[in-house]
Design a protein. Sequence first.
Length: 268
Amino acid sequence: MAYRTWGDPQNPKVLLCVHGLTRRGTDFYALAQAMSDEYFVVCPDVVGRGDSDYLSDPMYYGVPQYVSDMVTLIARLAPKQLDFFGTSMGGLIGMVLAGLEHQPIRRLLLNDVGPRIEFAFLSRLMTYLGKPVVFSNQEEALQYANTLTQTFGRHTPEQLRLLNLPQLMQRNQEWVMHYDPKISVPLMAQNPMTAAAGELALWKSFDNIKIKTLVARGVESDLLSPATVEEMCRRNPYVSAVEIPEAGHAPAFILSEQIAVARKFFTS
């Protein structure tokens, strides 16, 4: 599992930032740089994404494997203080990890995700996840990647370029997305029964969280509903919530006002 770092490696305070389903650790370029004065910031590429290895058996592309990988990474880092920022899938990883006994996280920020995933989001996800897309040049590929991140918020062309160029790679004179298309296999194999069991397991992990947790919801999110956020805050007294304006799923935390939300939560 590849990862990038910002800040002083000798800093005993570590901020671990974990990305969404089809993304990679470079998504946190702005947040990591901004937080590197307080933390040694570590941003992994979850297996199957970016510079990390692809799994030979795609059925292992799932939260249990990702949590195991994070435990190994945390053991390698050996931080005296660990905070966790998780976007979408990264938030699910953080939620499960934080729900374990003797877990290592001090504070957890869940960026636009909770135990319940709305059907509208899953329907939108399946329109592009795992489907082969090939482009003849980088600019065409970048335009495609930009369309997929429209829901992340209102960003300038330069901000989108910094966000999405790392999502692309050149292979055999063509441009493709920088992740294993087979990450879709476990999702495609789900049925209503397994999906319901997965949600129950996530609620159990969530209910076990005993650390200060902030849920940041994009006001236009189609993944995390206001009702789910309300239930999360009702069920767990350690949880509070904030809404991120002019963003859907999921706020990119590139803009200064969004970074300020994270900084206030982690450092106050």
